[in-house]
Design a protein around this ligand. Structure first.
Ligand code: SF4
Length: 423
């Protein structure tokens, strides 16, 4: 999984006229909030603050409560994808021994490290700050652990984590108890690196902020249930930045209050993200970071709005509860879509299709992320049978654009929207 980042324009040729994309006034504030986060991250080592690297649904609340600056490498991976630096950097990691078939966040991030090039250099940082400790959760995939162990060996720093089961049907008490215990066991080694003891009141406070962030982010995404929708999946991939890197921090809570108010006003004013919205699509799977603009433009031109996605919803952690820190973290991290069974996933998508009045489902089969590609074991066909909604499978990748055919995808999307029109 990953994170939000802004890509450079993938613009068409000079003189071409794109339909109007509606920016959010709140985006200025988001840039401030994200800028502050990165400035603090960059300055941390000089100021004597420790840095922890954390997977997207790792125990970020615990790390923040222990006073770490928290870096999310998947966010860096998404930035490498959206700036299109990834495709040139991946081969360096391949030459080092990481297969081109594994997670392209991993290979682009390792390539970035080996070459010393990063989009963070535009923000005055030399690259991601060196970790004092790396903390993973395998709820999403094994790749994150391998990724963090690489840096652990490079820098001779500890790598610790949580092994969460995958393909969970019912998240029963025994799984929650086991994962909660694993998270609790991280406290001693993390206190040692942090040089301070965990203050349980501070942990509760951070979890409370994380919970507030979750509720607001969920409310932001829910506004798309309105027809016409005031935002698209493509807006969401940018707007999710604070939810990804600042959960457990008041800045994210403040930001989403502002964004939510703007979206609610759009609904009152009848402002549609896609002017003349005619079709509503669900996006299943990873974004194609280097092609977000092209895809959003094509869909805008076709009057199709991607109103909901598994991806943006992955940063909703309903189970977080400050009264019950470790158990609720375990429940929240073990509830996410990616580590659930196909039965669970199908019910989830069915519910989303109903709630967001979806006309068709677009599955992205990301070649280097089998973990977040759900079209490989007949799910689209089963859902079509059950829901009677057309589907399209787009073959591509989150970061490695050598695995993506722009021409073929454009043609397939056009045909898909024609099918929706006939439906
Ligand atoms: S393999 Fe997939 S789930 Fe794992 S880090 Fe990469 S993109 Fe995320």
């Amino acid at each position: 999984m990953a994170a939000a980042a802004e890509g450079k324009a993938e613009g068409k040729g000079a003189g071409s006229k794109e339909p109007e994309r509606k920016d959010f006034q709140a985006t200025g504030k988001m840039k401030e909030v994200m800028g502050k986060y990165f400035a603090e991250l960059g300055a941390g080592p000089e100021q004597g603050r420790k840095t922890a690297w954390c997977t997207s649904v790792g125990p970020a609340e615990l790390l923040r409560a222990l006073g770490f600056n928290v870096h999310f490498p998947e966010n860096h991976g998404a930035m490498l994808g959206s700036t299109r630096m990834a495709t040139d950097l991946i081969p360096l990691a391949n030459a080092r021994g990481f297969s081109p078939d594994i997670c392209s966040y991993l290979t682009s991030d390792v390539g970035s490290y080996l070459k010393g090039e990063s989009p963070l250099q535009k923000m005055g940082m030399s690259g991601p700050p060196k970790a004092d400790v790396l903390v993973f959760n395998t709820n999403q995939c094994r790749d994150v652990k391998d990724w963090f162990q690489f840096y652990s060996r490079e820098w001779n720093v500890p790598c610790v984590g949580v092994h969460t089961p995958r393909a969970i049907g019912e998240l029963d008490d025994s799984i929650v108890a086991d994962v909660a215990k694993q998270i609790e066991r991280l406290v001693d080694p993390l206190e040692e690196v942090a040089g301070q003891k965990l203050d349980m009141d501070r942990l509760r406070e951070v979890i409370d902020l994380s919970r507030q962030c979750t509720e607001l982010w969920k409310a932001v995404l829910e506004t798309a249930a309105n027809a016409p929708s005031p935002l698209t999946f493509f807006d969401g991939t940018i707007q999710m930045g604070p939810a990804v890197v600042l959960r457990g921090h008041g800045d994210a809570v403040d930001y989403y209050r502002v964004l939510l108010a703007e979206l609610q006003q759009r609904i009152v004013d009848g402002v549609a993200a896609v002017e003349g919205e005619q079709y509503r699509i669900y996006w299943e799977g990873m974004p194609i970071w280097g092609k977000l603009r092209n895809l959003s433009t094509q869909l805008l031109e076709l009057g199709a709005c991607v109103v909901a996605s598994t991806y943006c919803n992955s940063w909703i952690f309903d189970a977080l509860d400050p009264a019950n820190p470790f158990e609720s973290m375990a429940r929240a991290y073990g509830s996410i879509f990616i580590c659930r069974s196909d039965d669970f996933k199908e019910k989830y998508i069915e519910e989303m299709v109903g709630r967001f009045q979806v006309d068709g489902i677009l599955f992205h089969d990301a070649k280097t992320c089998p973990n977040n590609s759900n079209s490989r074991y007949e799910m689209p066909q089963r859902l079509q049978k059950r829901l009677g909604k057309p589907y399209l499978i787009v073959h591509g990748d989150l970061n490695d654009l050598r695995l993506y055919s722009e021409e073929q995808t454009r043609t397939n999307i056009e045909a898909f929207v024609e099918q929706l029109a006939e439906g």
